[in-house]
Design a protein. Structure first.
Length: 356
C-alpha cells in the first residue's frame, strides 16, 4: 500500500509491526466489522478486560498494552502545565507529580508554541527524566514536517529519545491516508524509531470514532499495528458518538494501549451538574485504560487526581449503569463534548501549516 509492507518490516520494532504470531490484517479487521454487535456484548468484553493494577505508594500502575511498560494510571496532561503563569511553578508541579508516583508525561509539539515542551524539559533535568515515560505528539502529515517536529521536540524536551510519539489530531477521514502515503509522516516516525529517537508509536484524535477506526484499518492495510491510541473516554462519550463503544473493544481485542483523555471534558462535563470530578476520573479508570490523562495546573488539582486514585475501587455494572443514567440526558446532543461538535479544540484546523 502507501508505505510498503516490506519497508515497514525492516524495522525490528517493539512498536507493533505485524509479524508472525501477531495479528494479521484479516484478524485485525474482524473486530472492526463487528461494530454492529450489540453494545451489551462490548460492555461484557470491557468488563472482563479491566486490567489488574499494581499499587506502589500513592499510585496505581498498569501495563501499557502489549508493551512491557508499566505506567501510572494517571497521566500528567502537557497542555495544562504550559498554561501556568510562571515556569518555576510549572516545574515544581511536574516534579511533585513525579515524586508522588505519576510517571506518564503527556505533551505535544504545538502546545503553547513549544512552551510546554521547554518547561517540561527543564523539569526533567536532575535525574527526573529517568523516572518517567515520556510521550509527545506531532502534527505533521508529510515526512518533512514530521521529521522537523520530532527533532524540535527532542531539542526542546532536552532528551536523546522520546518513549512514545503519537500522530496528533487524526480528525479528518483523509488523515490516515496522508500519514501512510509515500512521503507521509509515518516514514519519518519509523525512521526516527530505527535511529533510536523514539521507542513506541501511536495516534490521537477527539472528533469521531469512525475516523479512529479508519486509522486502525489503514494501518492494518499497511502492515502496521500501533502501540497506543488516545481518545476521549468519559461519562458523556458513553452516550454520544462513543469512542468507548466503537473503538475501545477493538483496542482491547488487539492489546493496544488505551490512553484516555477529555475525562472531565475541560470542565464542560462538570458544568452539567450531573457528576463530580472524582466520579469522572473513576469512570475512566474503571475502563480497560492504561492511562487516564488529565489536565493538572495546580497543587489542588494534583491532590484531586491522587484522591481519585486513593479512593478508586472497581465499579460493578450496577454502579456504572446508575452513573450513566445521570448523564444520559445531558449527553444526548454532545453539548458537553464540544471537541466533537465544534472546531474549538482543532488546533491543526486553525493552523493548517503545521500539517505540512
Amino acid at each position: 500500500m502507501e508505505i510498503s509492507r516490506r519497508s515497514l518490516l525492516k524495522t525490528a520494532s517493539a512498536s507493533g509491526l505485524v509479524a508472525a504470531g501477531l495479528v494479521v490484517s484479516e484478524g485485525f479487521l474482524q473486530p472492526l466489522l463487528a461494530q454492529t454487535e450489540p453494545v451489551d456484548e462490548n460492555t461484557q468484553l470491557l468488563a472482563q478486560s479491566s486490567p489488574t493494577p499494581t499499587r506502589r505508594g500513592e499510585m496505581l500502575y498498569r501495563n501499557l498494552g502489549r508493551t512491557k511498560e508499566q505506567v501510572s494510571v494517571i497521566g500528567l496532561g502537557g497542555y495544562h502545565i504550559g498554561k501556568i503563569q510562571e515556569e518555576q511553578e510549572s516545574i515544581k508541579l511536574i516534579r511533585s507529580a513525579i515524586d508522588r508516583g505519576i510517571n506518564f508525561m503527556d505533551n505535544s509539539w504545538d502546545y503553547h508554541n513549544g512552551r510546554s515542551h521547554r518547561w517540561m524539559g527543564n523539569a526533567l533535568k536532575d535525574g527526573y527524566r529517568q523516572k518517567v515515560f515520556l510521550m509527545t505528539k506531532i502534527d505533521g502529515r508529510t515526512k518533512g514536517a514530521a521529521k522537523m517536529q520530532i527533532d524540535e521536540s527532542l531539542k526542546d524536551l532536552q532528551v536523546d529519545h522520546i518513549d512514545l510519539i503519537q500522530h496528533h489530531e487524526i480528525l479528518r477521514f483523509e488523515d490516515p491516508d496522508r500519514v501512510f502515503a509515500p512521503g507521509g509522516s509515518m516514514e519519518a516516525v519509523v525512521e526516527a524509531q530505527k535511529a533510536g529517537k523514539i521507542r513506541y508509536i501511536g495516534f490521537t484524535g477527539h472528533k469521531n470514532p469512525q475516523i479512529h477506526l479508519q486509522m486502525l484499518e489503514t494501518a492494518t492495510q499497511n502492515g502496521f499495528r500501533f502501540d497506543t491510541v488516545q481518545m476521549p473516554l468519559n461519562v458523556m462519550d458513553a452516550h454520544f458518538r462513543s469512542f468507548e463503544h466503537q473503538v475501545l473493544p477493538v483496542l482491547v481485542k488487539n492489546n493496544i494501549g488505551v490512553l484516555a483523555m477529555k475525562t472531565i471534558g475541560e470542565s464542560y462535563i462538570l458544568r452539567s451538574n450531573t457528576v463530580s470530578a472524582i466520579e469522572c476520573l473513576h469512570y475512566a479508570m474503571n475502563l480497560p485504560t492504561s492511562v487516564v490523562i488529565t489536565g493538572i495546573d495546580s497543587m489542588r488539582i494534583l491532590d484531586q487526581a491522587f484522591e481519585a486514585v486513593r479512593s478508586f475501587e472497581p465499579m460493578d455494572q450496577a454502579r456504572v449503569t446508575a452513573l450513566l443514567a445521570r448523564t444520559r440526558e445531558a449527553a444526548a446532543k454532545g453539548q458537553y463534548e464540544r471537541y466533537k461538535t465544534t472546531t474549538q479544540n482543532d488546533s491543526t484546523a486553525m493552523n493548517p501549516a503545521w500539517l505540512g
